[in-house]
Design a binder for this molecule. Sequence first.
Ligand SMILES: Nc1ncnc2c1ncn2[C@@H]1O[C@H](COP(=O)(O)OP(=O)(O)O)[C@@H](O)[C@H]1O
Ligand SMILES: [Mg+2]
Length: 317
Amino acid sequence: MLLNNNIMELLFSKKILFVGGKGGVGKSTSAAAIAILNAKKGNRTLLVSTDPAHNTGDIFHEKIGNNISEITPLLDALEIDPAKESKKYIQQVKDNIKGLVRASMIEEVHRQIDTASSSPGADEAALFDAIVTIIIDHNDTYDTIIFDTAPTGHTIRLLTLPELMGVWIEGMLDRRKKTTDNYNQIFNDGEPIDDPIFKVLQTRKKRFSTVRDILLSSSQTGFIFVLNPERLPILETEKAIKLLNQYHLHVNLLIINKVLPEEITDQFFQKRKLREKEYINKIEQTFKSQEKLYIPLLEEDISSLSLLENFSEKILH
Ligand SMILES: Nc1ncnc2c1ncn2[C@@H]1O[C@H](COP(=O)(O)OP(=O)(O)O)[C@@H](O)[C@H]1O
Ligand SMILES: [Mg+2]
């Protein structure tokens, strides 16, 4: 069976692809395979791993890390480390504030930033900031940017953050503007003064809304979920899709990975296959608005480029 046009369009014509799903289902493998296929089509492609347990490097047998590495002439890869991003982000916030607050206040402000940075969600915020930066910086360099995102709940948090951030920054800007307006009335005869904090916030807001627009545009961004034909992954995928829908992000494609191959005749596996058939029926009934791609369980782990090529062939057929 050759791929239908919807799936072709989704895999090869988007600016941004997110590949989500639980740990172990085959996200990194699928993301890497889709990246290879995009490069083969002639798309300049960047594969970004945001999973702390990186294995993109292992798949390509290359040390990747924090700097963009060339895998093939049209395929680059990058691994983002959430903990490092978090540290970098906090430092950036501190640097931004330097010179904006009185020296006597610096210590207190830093204390507050450190408290905020250990609150839940701070790591995701930092990681999201890194994703925003990649999308903004490399929008012109690459035709396709593929994010091999961390496990489900985390990913959704990341993707919903621009919504939350939008509201949050909006509130800060408002308050800031009111303060400045009052200040202007009292001290500056109503003439507007330059407010550096207002400017920093406004720049952030612009960056976030640019990226939000890209993520919310279904012609530019595609969401792919990988799952295995088993009970829990089905339930989790269902939840994740509903949650994303609430934020107007629509999952377009499911990759159902590690399906037992037809030719297995062993009795033990025959039984498993019967059960698997039920799950596949369930998948077909539950996920009516998604395209579906089925990939068989292969004989061995996908631990080399040639095995990955083999895996990507399975995507195409
Ligand atoms: N279709 C498949 N057949 C055999 N092994 C697979 C298949 N898909 C993935 N794997 C293996 O399963 C393990 C988990 O895959 P991985 O892509 O790292 O998952 P994730 O990124 O979702 O945690 C890896 O060892 C990978 O090589
Ligand atoms: Mg992975």
